[in-house]
Design a protein around this ligand. Structure first.
Ligand code: UD1
Length: 345
């Protein structure tokens, strides 16, 4: 029988790419999403790529009863991948309680449901934000957890603690937390991708919108960092590579290969790129000239962070494969696709 995987936030950016990879691996997928930051049409994109339409339940995980209802309806869920969460750093500073309520309550309800409905495994979306400003790079999984610099980051740290405490009290359960570095790009089909609402906070959607003429100019936040070209350094990982890591993590859990009830892996490429390097790579990959200017540093930004990927590479047998130019080209193809859709609708 096919494994049944419940994917919360499955119509979101990373969620939708992961659903595609799960379906391609012949797993059955049930999506829970409240569509607060995604659109139902994403399901068409998923079906267009895979030829399969996943089950979809429009449910808010803060609603315990409705959440339990999904487990009643699909009694054979083998594992959960929990993406659904608010993720905008700046917004979390403005509305901290929304972030604590949504991100923590959703997790708690899922853990309760895992107990009640005997679901043994979860893969959790965590973030390299838990490392804060790291003491050294590349960052290994045992680097210290620093005080979070936003309520959003704090919800990821607290979530990891909640899961560990819960696992200490629960037998026969296992969780893998995947700490993402900077996911970018889109599916090569250009049928799914990132759909930022309003003005994008993240670098790559801002770049593609600038190239598309929706934004006048990209602001480069600081050129006075202690890095070779002065701009900040991050580890940009292709979203399809990232999605594939979730399938590997699910298999590890289902096959009982985990070394501990709670495991953590960094998901990155291991290579740090500066903002200027990303701009240059985008121009080279797409032939688009990008309008940009240098402005002050953005509050809360760290100077440089990139992953030590050795543990994930060895233990999971997984490696990020796609290069930065191919990835940025996919982001650009997706941007053009959204624009042409909007123009015709
Ligand atoms: C941000 C979050 C991180 C979160 C991740 C989710 C912050 C401080 N961190 O990561 O916690 O997990 O998003 O996607 O917000 N940049 C520009 N101009 C722009 C936008 C970004 O120069 O218009 C620069 C930033 O200063 C940074 C790099 O590009 O150096 C990447 O920024 P971004 O894409 O926002 O990701 P992070 O800040 O690394």
């Amino acid at each position: 029988m096919k494994p049944v995987i419940l994917v919360t936030g499955g119509t979101g950016y990373i969620g939708s790419h992961t659903v595609v990879e799960l379906l391609e691996e012949k797993m059955e997928v049930v999506i829970i999403d409240n569509l607060s930051n995604s659109e139902r049409e994403v399901l068409d994109g998923i079906a267009g790529i895979t030829g399969t339409r996943p089950h979809f339940e429009e449910v808010d995980l803060r609603d315990r009863k409705a959440t339990y209802g999904v487990f009643e309806k699909y009694p054979r869920i083998d594992a959960i991948i929990h993406f659904a969460a608010f993720k905008a750093v700046g917004e979390s500073v403005e509305k901290p309680l929304d972030y604590y309520e949504n991100n923590l309550l959703s997790l708690i309800h899922l853990l309760e449901a895992m107990h009640k409905y005997r679901v043994g495994h979860m893969v959790f979306s965590s973030s390299c934000t838990v490392y804060g400003e790291p003491d050294s790079v590349p960052v290994t999984e045992d680097a210290p957890i620093k005080k979070a610099n936003s309520p959003y980051g704090n919800t990821k740290q607290i979530s990891e603690e909640i899961m560990q405490d819960w696992l200490n009290a629960s037998r026969d359960k296992s969780i893998i937390a995947l700490r993402y570095f900077n996911p970018i790009g889109a599916h090569p089909s250009a049928l799914i991708g990132e759909l930022p609402t309003g003005i994008p906070n993240n670098l790559v959607p801002f770049i593609t919108q600038t190239a598309a003429g929706i934004r006048d100019c990209l602001n480069v936040f600081g050129d006075d960092y202690n890095t070779p070209d002065g701009s900040a350094i991050r580890d940009y990982i292709n979203v399809v590579d990232l999605a594939r890591a979730h399938v590997v993590a699910i298999r590890r859990l289902l096959e009982g290969n985990q070394k501990a009830a709670f495991e953590v892996f960094n998901l990155g490429t291991g290579k740090g790129l500066s903002v200027f390097e990303v701009i240059a790579a985008f121009e080279k990959a797409t032939g688009q000239k990008l309008n940009y200017r240098i402005v002050d540093r953005r509050e809360g930004d760290v100077e440089q962070v990139y992953a030590d990927t050795r543990y994930a590479n060895q233990e999971l047998g997984w490696k990020a494969e796609k290069g930065i130019e191919e990835t940025l080209r996919s982001a650009w193809e997706w941007e053009k696709q959204i624009r042409s859709k909007k123009a015709t609708s």
